[in-house]
Design a protein around this ligand. Sequence first.
Ligand code: ATP
Length: 438
Amino acid sequence: MADLMESLTSLAKRRGIAFPSSEIYGGLRSSWDYGPLGVELRNNIRRAWWRSMVQLRDDVVGLEAAILMSPRVWEASGHVAGFSDPLVECLNCHQRFRQDQLEGPVCPNCGQKEFTEPKQFNLMFKTFMGPVEEDAAVVYLRPETAQGMFVDFRTIQQASRMKVPFGIAQIGKSFRNEITPSNFIFRTREFELMEVEYFVEPGTDEKWFEYWKEQRLQWFVDLGVRPEKLRIRAHEPDELAHYAKAAADIEYEFPFGWSELEGIANRADFDLRQHQEASGEDLTYFDQENERRYLPFVVEPALGVDRALLVFLLDAYRVGEAPSAKGEMERRTLLALHKDLAPTKVAVLPLSRNETLVPEARRVHGLLKPRWPTAYDDAGAIGRRYRRQDEVGTPFCVTLDFDSLTDRQVTVRERDSMQQDRVSIDMLSDYLQERLGP
Ligand code: ATP
């Protein structure tokens, strides 16, 4: 199974989905760049999330807060004092590890069993604001987007006239100086979060916590992730983060075992209370119907774009067989991505580079391109071109052959079933629209 990570990492690099950052300089461990298809895939993930969390709902609004915030935010939120992991160093090989991630007291690098005492290592990246590098100028790169929603809570509530229960959604880069980044894009030091802080009346928080767990699990299933690969795991009291009253992870069965895909936390009124006290500003909400003022509780679903992308790729990766042009069975690598996630929706493939076929194929390409991300490929044998599209999850291939020039029809091949339909060029957009959506 571990091979799957290797096969996927190599496919991701070969096809320009994701690859190590600054690679010509040997890379920067744990930083990854996303190439042309990776960018499309990320955009599609963000879009699917935003659509389900904001666009289709009446009770969630958006925010894009700055990455650099007042350092007082991170003091009040408890991150300066408490956002840390236990760091230990192997006494033999001096490699450093997160104590809570060691499997037993054995060094994964050299096998020895003696470590230093654990030391709390703060995960926030620090930098300086302005021209003077002094303590007073320290600012942090945000380790989560959530604090933007808390400090802007009152402004957004008043501007949007939202009534509790309501949520604020944000997608944005976050940074954590992880001790042990690992497993391709699973754990990196720079990543992108998609979070909703959902503000509720105290006492209704447990109901909403249950609600969001179900909603979020369903989102992955709706986007094609196999349900048997997903589960919800409640946090034990001793693993709860400093701000959480309760928390649960949606876990996925990765090739390296069941691990967190998304976190759902009941943060109670921890954050608003801390910011109210530290800033001296009144952050209470006035419930007009019941003429009552209170600090809302907060339920937070938080998912990394990068980790979601890894799961969508892993779950969609299939190796099978398909007949070649000569009728022999060939290996076929397939990304069975949900149509909403697929980076390219359609590929137009003239049967050959024939001089009458190519302009017609270009015309069909031009017809589809404004509607969907559409590829054009006329290089090499048609079977190989199908394989190239299968491997990056393109749901439909449109082939023009010599008959197309007279009967004005093309062959549309569906990725998963490999079934082929003959469709008239005039009806092609409608045909695809029915299957791909707008
Ligand atoms: P862990 O204990 O595994 O380090 P955490 O429980 O602190 O992680 P959360 O704060 O719950 O993580 O993060 C919410 C979500 O953000 C995670 O479920 C994951 O999707 C994503 N995420 C968190 N840290 C990283 C990271 N270093 N790299 C990529 N994605 C991350």
